[in-house]
Design a binder for this molecule. Structure first.
Ligand code: PGA
Length: 266
């Protein structure tokens, strides 16, 4: 079975209420015909409810959750608060790691909490500096990736997950150097790294069969100009889009790039 394709718009800390409603409505209307793609919106958490009320069938995602379900955690959002509103949560985004000091242990605790509460975690991992893969042999590439921080992030963020947990996980490969910089990773580079991540998941974390079904997305300066590059790579199961998800036309064109490419993938 081919893996599902996900196009996720991470709005980060942007939009007023009225902007959020216009953006969500515009994207959902323009992309509603693409039933075979999972189009998921991750607005600021305060806008999840009004968007859900207006668009019952919208697939929504929280940008973060906390690892504990309730209590004295000022400013945090709990997985139980998302019930019936958002089915997904981005966990371990590099901005959470760098600006808010989240480490792999906390990311791991959040991932487990999400899974227990039937929220699909979108686990973000990514290297700080671009890996130099030029001129390396196949096994040279494998070694370079194995020794990068990517593998440590992936392993410790998913420590203790069972096979059935893995069936409900999405991984987002988001190189830090590509996020918000306009310096996107090429389709070939992203696909190569994603292949290595899938191999590690298969060999060390979940088992080969399950690894084949885990969606692994690319994120980092995805735009309408480069979306087809990722859509054309069979290893890449979709994209996590930041800046370019804030405009109806731009985001819809990214969706369209995947809708077109999806035909030959099956
Ligand atoms: P960007 O952000 O598309 O603006 O680079 C991606 C992300 O942070 O998920």
């Amino acid at each position: 079975m081919p893996r599902k394709i996900y196009i996720i718009g991470n709005w980060k800390m942007n939009t007023t209420l009225s902007e959020a409603m216009v953006l969500a409505g515009g994207i959902l209307r323009r992309t509603e015909k693409f039933h075979h793609l999972n189009i998921v919106l991750a607005p600021p958490s305060i806008w999840l409810v009004p968007i859900k009320e207006q668009h019952k069938r919208a697939k929504l995602c929280a940008q973060n959750i906390y690892s504990t379900l309730k209590g004295a955690y000022t400013g945090e959002v709990s997985a139980i608060m998302l019930k019936g509103i958002a089915h997904y949560a981005i966990i371990g985004h590099s901005e959470r790691r760098s600006t808010f000091g989240e480490d792999n242990m906390l990311v791991n605790a959040k991932v487990k909490t999400a899974l227990r509460e039937n929220i699909t975690p979108i686990i973000a991992v990514g290297e700080e500096k671009k890996l130099d893969l030029e001129g390396l042999t196949d096994s040279g590439v494998t070694q370079r990736v194995l020794h990068s921080e990517l593998i440590e992030q992936l392993k410790s963020s998913t420590m203790g997950l069972s096979g059935s947990d893995w069936e409900n996980v999405i991984v987002a490969y988001e190189p830090v150097w590509a996020i918000g910089t306009g310096r996107n990773a090429s389709g070939a580079y992203a696909a190569r790294i994603i292949k290595e991540l899938r191999d590690i998941i298969g060999q060390k974390l979940s088992g080969a069969d399950i690894a084949k079904s885990v969606p692994i997305l690319y994120g980092g300066s995805v735009s309408r100009h480069n979306a087809a590059e990722y859509a054309g790579q069979a290893e890449i199961d979709g994209v996590l889009v930041g800046g370019a998800s804030l405009q109806v036309g731009e985001f819809s064109q990214i969706v369209e790039a995947f809708a077109g490419a999806d035909k030959w993938r099956k």
